[in-house]
Write a protein that binds this ligand. Structure first.
Ligand code: GDP
Ligand code: IMO
Ligand code: MG
Length: 424
């Protein structure tokens, strides 16, 4: 058995949560492998909508277990809020016993959030546009070998370890200026840890290996998107983890030869939230229309998402980096009614025409070169069978498959679980 991976190929918010929920019945375990509560994964079914930040998107499936992997950074306060909200909605994860947490996952402290905010403030106009959840500072402490992990919370000297790290943060914050009072958040942090203690703490590497040994099926759920990867994204306008398939190996403890299918998900157009380059951005009324029809507002922060046409050089890059074997296209319904749609096939860059993502897209902006494609008028949201797909949408999919050289296996035509078609 091998671990399948599902991840985003653009700048996040491709619809990962929805598709993981759709695929969950086929899996015994869904495991988040990186990122933290900067993620917002939306699921809709039976007229209900849920946004998950830290919790894997398999929790609504009766027979599926869920794991928050070692590569994830956990804010106990946010995780508790998620768990409490789900309980109120009738999904008591403690009673259902369907959530496990990796001992080696790092903890986001209240002071990590303060550090995030101070760092962004100092950058002024050049800021990353972080979700301000403390992601960057927590991964910095992880790689700086100062971090606190879930497994530490049961140690007798946890409070001392915590205080030592907070003192270090205080001295950095003092350099930035005034330190905000965080005593309330600190209280909430320790309260939330008590809830965390009630969930099984596991070694994700052994757990996943055991699942595979028993012939069980595992799906690794990515957060953010490939273009936000710390190594290969539009650095420095990225997040602080590896969002790519390699991140699933380190974020769960899976050997690379145990990776099976890699499901890459993209929108029929493109969005980005936060700062940084976005070659196909439409800073005009067409972009505004995409935002309006596609409800393109952040699931975590509510910020308006920047919108643009599909970017094939960026997608090809993402497919190569991840070893994508199947594609999922979401939000095709949003493009209904556009007489013409456009696909960026090349960039004009530094006087040349290129078809790849160049090193520096932050200071030298690649200028997109588009191909025009006929749009379709039909409302797609009620489509439930592939023979109902309009011919022009079929042609758009065939066009993308030709350029991307990977089959589009699933087509999403609305936010609901049922608005999903299997194509191949
Ligand atoms: P994620 O972070 O990748 O899980 O994606 P988000 O949940 O942040 O953003 C995707 C948004 O699009 C959510 O509001 C989804 O409910 C919605 N969505 C997902 N698939 C579709 C689709 O095919 N059509 C439409 N109209 N909305 C979709
Ligand atoms: P999901 O999993 C879209 C963006 C932020 C910012 C940059 C760094 O829902 O697709 P960070 O909080 O990590 O310091 O922010 O990355 N970003 C996301 N954009 N979807 C996400 O997650 C994101 N998580 C972070 O907007 O530009
Ligand atoms: Mg999201």
């Amino acid at each position: 058995m091998a671990v399948d991976v599902l991840l985003g190929l653009q700048w996040g918010d491709e619809g990962k949560g929805k598709i993981v929920d759709v695929l969950a019945p086929q899996y015994d375990l869904i495991a988040r492998f990186q990122g933290g509560p900067n993620a917002g994964h939306t699921l809709e079914f039976d007229g209900k909508k849920f946004v998950l930040n830290t919790i894997p998107s398999g929790i609504f499936e009766k027979h599926t277990m869920n794991l928050i992997g070692n590569g994830v950074v956990i804010d106990p306060i946010i995780l508790k809020r998620e768990i409490d909200k789900l309980k109120e909605a009738g999904h008591d994860l403690l009673a259902k016993k369907n959530l496990m947490i990796a001992r080696k996952a790092h903890l986001i402290l209240p002071t990590h959030q303060l550090l995030d905010a101070s760092s962004e403030k100092k950058m002024g106009d050049g800021k990353i546009g972080s979700t301000l959840k403390g992601i960057g500072p927590t991964y910095m402490d992880k790689t700086g070998r100062n971090g606190l992990r879930v497994g530490d919370i049961n140690l007798p000297d946890f409070k001392e370890k915590y205080q030592k790290l907070v003192d270090k943060h205080r001295s950095i914050l003092a350099n930035y200026g005034e330190i905000e009072d965080f005593s309330e958040r600190e209280k909430a942090f320790f309260e939330a840890l008590e809830l965390l203690k009630q969930f099984p703490h596991v070694d994700s590497e052994h757990l996943v290996a055991q699942y595979l040994k028993e012939g069980k099926k595992v799906l690794a759920e990515g957060a953010q998107g490939t273009m936000l990867d710390i190594d290969f994204g539009s650095y420095p306008f990225v997040t602080s983890s590896n969002t790519t398939t390699a991140g699933a190996c380190t974020g769960l403890g899976i050997a690379p030869n145990k990776i099976g299918e890699v499901v890459g998900i993209f929108k029929a157009y493109c969005t980005r939230v936060g700062g940084g380059p976005f070659p196909t951005e439409l800073d005009n009324e067409v972009g505004e229309e995409l935002r309006k029809i596609g409800h393109e507002f952040g699931a975590t922060t509510g910020r308006p998402r920047r919108t643009g046409w599909i970017d094939l050089p960026a997608l090809k890059y993402a497919i190569m980096l991840n070893g994508v074997t199947q594609l999922v296209m979401t939000k095709a319904d949003v493009l209904s009614g556009f007489e013409k749609i456009y696909a960026c096939t090349h960039y004009k860059y530094n006087g040349e025409v290129i078809d790849y993502m160049p090193y520096d897209i932050c200071t030298i902006k690649p200028e997109p070169i588009y191909e025009e494609i006929d749009g379709w008028n039909e409302d797609l949201t009620g489509i439930r069978a592939i023979d109902e797909i309009p011919a022009k949408l079929k042609a758009y999919i065939a066009y993308l498959e030709k350029h991307l050289e990977v089959p589009v296996k699933y087509l999403s035509v609305g936010p609901d679980r049922l608005q999903t078609l299997v194509l191949n």
